[in-house]
Design a protein around this ligand. Structure first.
Ligand code: CUA
Length: 318
């Protein structure tokens, strides 16, 4: 409950798409049914306690005549009514789920691969990014959700229901954002030490802006502008960095960690762990285990001067 008070927690009760509004409606129906059930059960419980007190002669002015309907009351109130409520809410939930946007082959297809503990985002034109999905406003986007390792769950509550990434299969989820904005989400299936630091952001952009971004994102990285950045690029290619990361435009082509071709355009490092700044990036490269314990990336073998050069190079990768 305390965690829900911090920052701006993404909420099912703040829907920003048609599908999310349907889910919110379902949430309120279930909430009010629960309120009524709790109230009725509590009333019966209190009545039973009063009867017991009367039977023990603690309180003599309570009526202890047999319950109307006798045993039939237990069958009706204890089995038939709860059964009917559960069947009714189940049918209603199925109706809502069926009504959510279905997979659509004509929609923009974006692949979102779950990794421990970050998200790889691949677009049909070859653009690859991480942890921040950009989509055009008002258009249906179909997300394919494979996983590179364990089960994860993609959940951006203001846009859609959650859906799992399951090894060996690819689930699909269609997403439409009503208006421009940033919608935060979170891996919703426990997937290891840094499960809580597996944040995803969906940013909806006006169509034109989205097209420009997507085109730029597919381009190779620009050549370094300064001598220090040039040195950083050479170090990046020579050191262990290139074994795990890809930067299109230089020789780094590893596929274990996020593609860094346009790293400087992102807002955070480590899937939402810290904001992306030159200082934070230097700290992260020096000892990633300090910022994100358990992450696959090992501490660097580079000297502080060399790390500075690599950071200068990476921060140019807009
Ligand atoms: Cu990925 Cu929890």
């Amino acid at each position: 409950m305390l965690a829900a008070c911090g920052g701006d927690p993404p909420s099912v009760l703040d829907p920003q798409s048609r599908d999310a509004r349907r889910v919110e409606g379902l949430w309120w129906v279930l909430f009010w049914i629960s309120v009524v059930v709790v109230a009725v059960v509590t009333a019966f419980l209190l009545a039973a306690m009063r009867r017991r007190r009367a039977e023990l002669h603690v309180d003599d002015d309570i009526d202890t005549r047999p319950v109307p309907w006798g045993d039939r009351f237990v069958v009706i109130a204890g089995a038939a009514v709860p059964g009917a409520i559960l069947a009714g809410t189940f049918a209603f939930s199925l109706g809502v789920l069926n009504d959510l946007g279905a997979a659509d082959e004509r929609a923009l297809q974006v692949e979102v691969v779950g990794h421990t503990w970050w998200w790889e985002v691949r677009y049909p034109n070859g653009a690859v990014t991480a942890n921040e999905i950009r989509i055009p406003v008002g258009e249906t986007v179909e997300l394919a959700l494979p996983t590179a390792d364990v089960i994860h769950s993609f959940w951006v509550p203001e846009l859609q229901v959650k859906k799992d990434h399951i090894p060996g299969t690819v689930n699909r989820l269609s997403v439409v954002a009503d208006h421009a904005g940033r919608f935060r989400g979170q891996c919703a299936e426990f997937c290891g030490l840094q499960h809580a630091h597996m944040e995803i952001v969906v940013e909806a952009l006006p169509a034109r802006e989205f097209e420009d971004w997507l085109e730029h994102e597919a381009e190779p990285a620009a050549d370094p502008e300064t001598g220090q950045a040039q040195q950083g690029r050479e170090l990046f290619e020579r050191a262990s960095c290139a074994g795990c990361h890809t930067i299109k435009g230089d020789s780094a082509a590893g596929d274990l960690g996020p593609d860094l071709t346009h790293l400087a355009g992102r807002e955070t490092l480590g899937a939402g762990v810290i904001p992306l700044t030159a200082g934070n990036l230097a700290d992260f490269i020096t000892d990633p285990q300090d910022d994100k314990p358990g992450v696959s990336m090992p501490p660097t073998e580079l000297t502080p001067r060399q790390v500075e050069a690599v950071v200068a190079y990476l921060m140019e990768l807009e």
